[in-house]
Each structure stands twice: as structure tokens, then as C-alpha cells.
Ligand binder design. Sequence first.
Ligand SMILES: *Cc1c(COP(=O)(O)O)cnc(C)c1O
Length: 239
Amino acid sequence: MTNIQQNIATVRERIQLSCHKADRNSDDVTLLAVSKTVSAENIKLAVAAGQRDFGENYIAEGVEKIITLAAETAQHNLQWHCIGPVQSNKTRLVAQHFDWVHTVDRLKIAERLNEQRPADAKRLQVCIQVNIDNSPSKSGVAPDEVLALAQEIAKLPRLQLRGIMAIPDIPISTQGNFAMNNIAIEAVYTPARVLFEHLNALNYDIDTLSIGMSADLEPAIQSGSTMVRVGSAIFGSRA
Ligand SMILES: *Cc1c(COP(=O)(O)O)cnc(C)c1O
């Protein structure tokens, strides 16, 4: 096994253990491998280990790899997730090449993605990025604006609203230390889950709570994450 394949096995074990502790089914948590700065060759190693969902932050870089890996994508039904900021001038590339976008935080971007999504493609799967800790430095809609944006996105026929995504302002590195989890949960994850459940209670029929990264996937899963976005624990540190 290569390191990447070994790392994927280790991350899957962490997910399983966390699900077990939280009394959840590990099939309900999708592992999204964050492949920013990672070569197409290394992505193929992850595919060989059974990995199917990949997240890219930088749109031009991501599109280049999506095109390079078109044969693998078709063969294994790989799913490409845009998890980086989307400016207006990049919406067309996202709409044409990605399957998911986690970072929709304003209506104008959603409308452009809807207009530009090719007619023969599946609907673009969308998460609203929430600025859960009201950080001034970070993108994402304020929690009290999520509902209004969800209402508008639900009207756009080429988009499918799947859920919400959040990035904690201060990444809480619990490193699998369950004693640290409660702090992380209180700060970030419970508010995210409350919003997610609120939208579901309003019949938005969403299934995705995109929270948790390499260092904090345990508390995220304990709080109801359905998709963890893991980069360095799979592909090594980005230096
Ligand atoms: C880079 C990145 C990740 C992965 O972070 P790691 O700490 O390497 O697991 C997850 N989500 C987003 C939005 C990122 O930019």
C-alpha cells in the first residue's frame, strides 16, 4: 500500500470509531478527500483505494485535474466538489465542471451557477456556506440570513440544495482527543447542526452537513456531520 492508501484507511477508521461513539451509522458520513495542490497521479492512488469524492479549493487548478481525470471520473463516477471561494467571474467554470459546490454564500452567485449549468448535466449540488462563528475575516452568510438564501436557491431549477457547510474560525485541533471535543462542539458544531435541523424541519429536505477536517473530524461527527473534508490526513501536509 502507498502512504495515501494507508492514510485513507486510517481516516476511515477514525470515521468509524467516531460514528460508533456517537451511535451513528458510518455509511451516513461521506469522506471528501481534499485534493488541493495534490497531483492527478496522487489522486489516482486515492481512487485506487476506493475514494470517490474529491474537493478542490482553487477553481482553475481543480478544473485542470477534472479534465485530466475525465476517464477515471467516468469509470468510477467520481464526484468533484468545489470547496473554495467562488467569485462571479469563476461561476461558469464551476457550473461546467463540478458536481457540487459547498461555498454558495450569496444569491448572485447561485443565480449565475443556475444560468450557467449545462442543460445536459445533472443539477449542481449546492451547500450554503455559513459563517457560523460570525468571523469578520471569513466568507459565508450570517446564520440569520441562511433561511432567506435557502428560499431563493430552492427556486432555481438547475441547482439542488443539499445542506450547509461551515469552517470554524479557529480550527479546533482535537487530534482525536475526545476530551477536547466538547469545547469544539459548543463553539461551532452545535450551532451548525441546529441550522441544518431547522432547515430540515421547514421541509427543505437536505441531507448534508459539511463540517469537520483532518484535525477535528471527531467532534464534527459527534455533532452530526454527514461529510468530512479531509486533506492533510490523506495527502500529507501542504507545506
Ligand atoms: C484545505 C481545506 C480542508 C482540508 O483541511 P485539512 O486540515 O488539510 O484536512 C477542508 N475544507 C476546506 C474548505 C479547506 O480549504
